[in-house]
Write a protein that binds this ligand. Structure first.
Ligand code: C2E
Ligand code: MG
Ligand code: MG
Length: 624
């Protein structure tokens, strides 16, 4: 049934396939109309010649009738030609007026073919004009087969009857057979051409679709979005337009808890919601759990709050919610990528604000935005130029406060912005997935410093280096470590690798084996900032660590909060019972240091023993 429907051209065609057929038909009608225009001008000129010469066999009425007919055909052909040329140049968006012109043009051409051929036939001549017009109208233009079959049958039956009833002409058997064969051939020709065109159009469509679609969500992809957004702005102007950047907050935690497949399902269903809420707008999947939209400003807060509620409703238990940043462009030629960067920046400013879901980019944000752009574009040159430095913070033993380690902390001392702290550049580098360049440079510098310390004859202490969660996705951390300790020829136990709990939520499949191979190299693995985020004791069971770095949150209001003391005490006991050493960060007061010693915390780090400092300062302060 479906095959018959398709053969007859009764299937539903997509907008893209319709456009494909319109384009093909308008292109064919250009050839047709040019041939007919040339023919008609020729006919008109010979008619004029006959009239001027004063042909006595023709009446005045005959001349007027013929002139009118040639003019009608010429006019419709010119209209068809003009419309088709402008349509193909993209000047006309709608094909409907062109289709009406095409239908009139076809009807006039067929009428012309029939009437000229009939008059020739009755004079005992050929019917080539009829054949030519039928081939033009039914062969060159791709009607749906049901239309071309009905249309050709109608004209063939009509013309057959006219020939059959023509006075004084007897239609031979051979002519009848040939005429019938011609009809069958025309029908077959038109359906065959249509079906070939249809498969061509479908192939084209599927190729185009896969080039503009995001594979996971089937939403348009970013290259389509950027191109289309530029066209929309250029056409409609920037008034009332708003670029949105949408981010699913806490998505990483969701992925960890429910697994990768459930994470993908969540992204897919959120994509469907974005599609529904911004049905008439331009939208796309940006990357990971991010979406972008070009919409109207009108009612935006209400629309976003409804969408946010729905997204949250999908999974009440996991605090998943949507954050949106907006940017209104101020010119029709505004670069969509920059507009989206602004919207993304606005969105990033509310990432940690639990109660806000929408923030629009404004002049105040501009400074922060430019700083961030500066950071991401200048990272590599700043590393090369030595603006990115490594500072070291002492780690001491609780027992006697002797130096037993250092933590390497990055600093960026920029000629334009001055002193930049990790709190300013690390989130930007993580967001733009550039953090591995920083961490590689820090690791390199640390090894260089250890080497020169060994070379100068002093006894170096181990240095712990921070690794971002993304490093494990963006580089081979273990190979990097192996290569650098080999190159600088330093003992592996002089390096410690610090990772935070968020690293362990990463879906890098072989994370566990990577972490284990780091330990196998002889490098200690330290768990940083324990207790600061969504701590789960489960990670201690799942992964093996040498040290637990207890976050400084527990030392805040230390003297007034007995609960903090009790918690610290139990963390230290718990760690010891599973054979992990402990270090508490952020020690600023003697009383804190004393307490930590009492409860058996092994190491301490904090301003009380020294702030992070450049290597030269370290040498003067800590060399006995
Ligand atoms: P972290 O690894 O937990 O480093 C400890 C942070 O606490 C440092 O901040 C340090 O200056 C600060 N701190 C140390 N003692 C005290 C104290 O007694 N009181 C107070 N209030 N603060 C103290 P910093 O250097 O700003 O670094 C912040 C975070 O940036 C680090 O936290 C680490 O997560 C990240 N980070 C720093 N350097 C790097 C790096 O090279 N690579 C990566 N991936 N992350 C880095
Ligand atoms: Mg650290
Ligand atoms: Mg820490």
């Amino acid at each position: 049934m479906a095959k018959i429907k398709r053969w007859l051209g009764l299937e539903k065609r997509s907008a893209d396939i319709n456009t494909f057929f319109d384009t093909a038909n308008f292109r064919s009608s250009i050839y047709m109309s040019v041939v007919i225009i040339v023919l008609e001008v020729w006919m008109l000129l010979s008619l004029l010649k006959r009239w001027i010469a004063g042909d006595p066999t023709r009446t005045r009425l005959w001349f007027i009738q013929h002139f009118a007919w040639y003019m009608i055909l010429l006019t419709t052909a010119v209209c068809m030609l003009v419309y088709a040329v402008f349509y193909l140049k993209g000047r006309f968006k709608k094909a409907i007026p062109g289709k009406i012109i095409m239908a009139i043009f076809s009807a006039v051409s067929l009428y012309f073919g029939i009437s000229v051929s009939y008059s020739d036939y009755t004079k005992g001549e050929q019917i080539l004009c009829f054949v030519m017009m039928v081939i033009f109208v039914v062969g060159l233009i791709n009607w749906r087969p049901v239309v071309s079959i009905l249309l050709s049958t109608f004209v063939f039956v009509l013309f057959y009857n006219m020939m059959k009833n023509a006075p004084e002409v007897v239609m031979s058997y051979a002519t009848q057979v040939n005429f019938f064969t011609l009809w069958v051939s025309v029908v077959m020709l038109s359906t065959a051409v249509y079906s070939q065109r249809l498969s061509e159009a479908e192939k084209n469509e599927s190729l185009e679709t896969s080039a503009i679609r995001d594979e996971l969500t089937s939403l348009p992809n970013m290259s389509y979005f950027r191109k289309k957004a530029g066209e929309i702005l250029a056409e409609d102007g920037p008034e009332g337009k708003l670029f949105l950047f949408l981010d699913i907050a806490n998505f990483k935690a969701f992925n960890e808890k429910y697994g990768f497949d459930a994470g993908n399902d969540f992204i897919k269903s959120t994509a469907q919601k974005v599609k529904t809420y911004f049905e008439n707008d331009l939208y796309a999947r940006y990357s990971d759990d991010h979406f972008v939209v070009l919409t109207d400003k009108k009612n935006i807060k209400k629309r976003l709050s409804d969408l946010t509620r729905e997204v949250r409703g999908q999974h009440e238990s996991t605090h998943l919610t949507l954050k949106a940043g907006g940017y209104s462009p101020d010119s029709a030629s505004y670069d969509p990528s920059i507009a989206l960067d602004h919207a993304r920046y606005a969105c990033s400013t509310i990432k940690k604000h639990f109660d806000s879901f929408y923030c629009e980019y404004d002049n105040e944000m501009d400074e922060g935005f430019h700083k961030r752009q500066y950071i991401i574009t200048h990272l590599r040159s700043s590393i090369r130029n030595g603006y990115v430095k490594v500072y070291y913070q002492p780690v001491v033993s609780s027992k006697d406060h002797t130096l037993c380690g250092l933590e390497a902390l990055a600093r960026w001392i920029d000629p334009n912005y001055g002193f930049l702290s990790p709190g300013e550049f690390i989130p930007a580098l993580e967001e733009y997935r550039l953090i591995q360049y920083l961490d590689r440079a820090v690791l390199e510098q640390v090894c260089k410093d250890i080497r020169s310390s060994i070379d100068s004859g002093s006894k170096p202490v181990p240095v712990s280096v921070n690794f971002s969660r993304l490093d494990f996705e963006l580089m081979d951390v273990c190979s990097q470590l192996k290569e650098v300790i080999r190159r600088y020829d330093i003992p592996a136990d002089l390096l410690h690798a610090e990772v935070t709990e968020s690293t362990l939520t990463s879906d890098a499949g072989n994370l566990r084996s990577t972490l284990q191979s780091i330990r196998d190299l002889g490098i200690e693995l330290w768990l940083d900032d324990f207790g600061s985020g969504y701590s789960s004791l489960n990670v201690l069971k799942e992964f093996s660590f040498d040290m637990l770095k207890i976050d400084m949150v527990f030392l805040k209001n230390f003297n007034d909060n007995d609960k903090s003391k009790a918690i610290l005490d139990s963390i230290v006991k718990m760690a010891r019972s599973i054979d992990i050493k402990t270090l508490t960060e952020g020690v600023e007061e003697e009383s804190q240091a004393e307490f930590l010693k009492e409860i058996g915390c092994d190491l301490q780090q904090g301003y009380l023993f020294g702030k992070p400092m450049p290597v030269d300062e370290l040498k003067t302060k800590f060399t006995p």
